[in-house]
Design a protein around this ligand. Structure first.
Ligand SMILES: [Zn+2]
Ligand SMILES: [Zn+2]
Length: 159
């Protein structure tokens, strides 16, 4: 992995470097301490192509034969992650999020409530329920966490 990735801001939108954020999780130096931390690290793994991590954090009973190479064939251009809600129920948790991406010059999001379960001290993704979302307002903060308005940032990728 090149040094630029480790010292750049983490793709999960945490405002810290990848080195200080999702990298120790991807490298199995430590475990996620909450469903939302696991969710962020899984989004980040999609962005930078840590597909083995996505498999290892997906509960085996829910994986349905999914493999890292199947995930690797997906060439999504990810723009940013918005965490909406993170209810926690003891050894279960949910994370509702919007993961924004660009495809064929259209911006869309995976808008999902993901479910997680704690197994032997390890949070694992089980399954998700997807919903439809609308684009942000033109004057809303951009989905990529740039600090600019949407219309002055990622909205320009659409046309
Ligand atoms: Zn991160
Ligand atoms: Zn943007």
């Amino acid at each position: 992995m090149n040094a630029n990735i480790t010292t750049a801001l983490c793709p999960c939108g945490s405002k810290t470097t990848y080195q200080q954020c999702c990298q120790p999780l991807h490298n199995q130096q430590r475990l996620a301490t909450s469903p939302v931390e696991l969710m962020r690290s899984r989004y980040c793994a999609f962005v930078i192509g840590q597909f083995d991590y996505l498999i290892s954090t997906h509960h085996l009973d829910y994986r349905q034969g999914l493999t890292a190479s199947q995930l690797a064939s997906n060439k999504t251009h990810w723009l940013g992650l918005q965490i909406i809600n993170t209810p926690l129920f003891d050894t279960r948790g949910e994370v509702t999020f919007k993961a924004w991406y660009l495809e064929d010059k259209q911006i869309d999001a995976i808008y999902e409530t993901s479910s997680f379960v704690l197994v032997d001290g390890c949070w694992l993704y089980t399954h998700g329920q997807q919903m439809h979302t609308r684009l942000p307002g033109r004057n809303d903060p951009c989905i990529c966490h740039s600090g600019k308005k949407f219309k002055q940032c990622c909205a320009k990728l659409c046309h």
